[in-house]
Design a protein. Structure first.
Length: 111
């Protein structure tokens, strides 16, 4: 899985550079987030701009990251959702759980 991680001060920006976030690669994203939490990096922004498809495993990895961030008094936010991905979040009502922004610049300003 291609993931780009950038430290933006108090926030870590994770850019998922894949077309799919699914059972085949969501475990890698989950592991990367856990490693960041272990380094006390608890404020994470995940940019899904390149992602065109998310399945239940991908959603599960994001929810797991959200729960881990919250339990550590941090926050996990999302940005750059493509229409197909956004509709999946609406269908599962997860758009009510996550703070979702149109792009990374807008999201970074919200931390």
């Amino acid at each position: 899985m291609v993931i780009q991680v950038d430290d933006k001060g108090d926030v870590v920006l994770i850019e998922v550079k894949e077309e799919r976030l699914d059972a085949h690669n969501s475990g890698e994203l989950k592991a990367r987030m856990l490693a960041l939490f272990e380094e006390d990096k608890n404020n994470i922004l995940i940019d899904l701009n390149d992602v065109r498809f998310v399945d239940s495993s991908g959603l599960g990895a994001l929810v797991s990251g959200f729960k881990n961030a919250s339990s550590r008094n941090g926050v996990l936010k999302l940005c750059g959702l493509q229409p197909q991905v956004k509709s999946m979040f609406e269908l599962t009502r997860l758009h009510r759980v996550f703070e979702i922004y149109s792009d990374a610049q807008e999201a970074l300003g919200s931390f």
